[in-house]
Design a protein around this ligand. Sequence first.
Ligand SMILES: [Zn+2]
Length: 324
Amino acid sequence: MTEPFRLAELPRLSRSTVDRDEQVRTEPARLVELWRDGRVILLDSLGRTPVLPGGTALAVRPASGDLPADAVLLGQHDGVGYWALPHDEELREGEPDAAWGRWAGGISADGEEWHDLRVAGAALDDMSAGLFTTAVALANWHGRGRFCANCGASTARENGGWATRCPNCGREEYPRTDPAVICLVHDLDGVNGSHVLLARQPIWPPERYSVLAGFVEAGESLEACVAREIREEVGLAVSDVRYLGSQPWPFPRSIMVGFAARAARADRDAPVRPADGEIEEANWVSRTEVRAALAAGGDIPGLRLPGPTSIARQMIAGWATVDR
Ligand SMILES: [Zn+2]
């Protein structure tokens, strides 16, 4: 019997391997020790970091000097502390990434290439991908959380960068994550359907299509959000909402929670009604066509799939490679 499809593989930004060791964050003497022999991941103001030639590992630096106030402990590996540190390097701006149409890399004076996580993340090894993802998540939280949400005073960092405290009213805050659902909708043909609903947003590069996604609202369950987003974006009712997996997406602070759902067969014959502005076009695409795009590396004329760093790619590849 055919099994329900799964993700093709663990999403590329979910491969964290360092030990986060929450306890050590509250021990100032240990933090100083971990800095002294530590390794540092630099991030520029756009969240880019230097990547070694070949693209599989980050170009980490040895720590030097005293522990900076804005250093964040990402975790430990083999007894070595890994830190993130903001660093503005003079970079020569490169071309936007071909697959995304955005997020250009930069090249430093000594030829080092600095990359965006969305562009470089898929090719990095597990440890580098996890470190870079956590570094970007914490940098984006600190960048947007410098003032107390209660009284407006400037906050101070604590716990190796994993908390802030307001010196005025004492309010504590921890890194925030906003859940967003992303759902692969297929038709009722067999267990996994024969067609998948792929849509595009007007801001995407031409011919780029993906599955539907949206932010979870306050007071809403993930399953209810899936049904609401699909109804709002393309006017379809779905059933059998099923969890697939998740991936951090720290731009600026999301986690993508992946689901599968089934639309009624009658709906495949009915016109799909894209929401004004948000969705430009939505179509039922056959497994044969998706397989052809995957076999060609993700792009064929008329159908460019989401890039390999996204959970959407793992969802679509997982769906395409099973039988219906
Ligand atoms: Zn306060």
